[in-house]
Design a protein around this ligand. Sequence first.
Ligand code: DAK
Length: 260
Amino acid sequence: MKFKDLLIEKCDGITTLTINRPQVLNALNSEVVGELECALCELDLDSAVRAVVLTGAGEKAFVAGADIKEMSQLSAFEAHDFARRGQHLMLLINRMRKPIIAAVNGYALGGGFELALACDFIYASEKARFGFPEVGLGILPGFGGTQNLTRLIGPNRASELVFSGRIITAEKACAWGILNEICAADELLAKTLVTAREITGKGELGVAYAKDAIASGMDMTKEDGFRYEASLFGVLFSTEDQREGMGAFLEKRAAEFKGK
Ligand code: DAK
């Protein structure tokens, strides 16, 4: 896999994907959205990959939104195509089996904030800043931001952020439940990788089904979510991983999961 604006580093089952357009604060143009789509599809099918960390190149930004220069020139057809690609990318992140963590190292604005919100959870540097500047451009967040943010922090806080276009600090984002942890800038990636490693040490199928239960459950009633969780729970009892995990506990040894 070779991409123009994406760096890919693989180590011990964890792939770090870095969006690499630092000269424009890693803004998302249609090419990089296509590359992300392609890379994530391949990583999700690659059995050697157990978790993905998504970050941005440089010290200033995770992703400062959609590429305004490109966006300003789009025809209606191209804008429609861009929207479809972006929404497909966000759904892909949501549906992929592998856990994906956003390591937000600076500005996460507009489409960049939406990209981070689509991930399973967010770790951020103390320098991170979050916001939706879209209303100042005469548009609204269009890559799922109004939906994902509202589900995460509720309609009142989401409305304040989206309507005002205000940019908030990592502390405020953490206090509002948008991110899980704030790290020193030079420790962000290492700390995110520690958590990724903790996850890859567990049963791969259990993690994949838990991700599915959490992500799918968000769109279900509580009762349907319980029913879905029970079905996935049952399916896991047909796997070698379940026998290995419980056997290892009873034999007082470390489990060796195979993802089968
Ligand atoms: N696009 C293109 N270039 C960008 C950019 C962006 N989003 N953000 C920054 N850059 C470029 C700047 O133009 C500048 O380039 P040069 O002038 O050096 O050539 C370079 O990156 C460095 O930026 P600054 O000089 O502005 O850096 P500062 O530290 O002064 O300011 C900033 C940092 C992040 C506050 C500022 O750059 C900024 O306000 N950036 C724009 C933030 C923004 O408005 N983002 C776009 C949000 S709208 C859709 C779905 C979703 C979307 C669109 C469509 N459909 C459904 C169709 C998403 C929309 C958005 O994301």
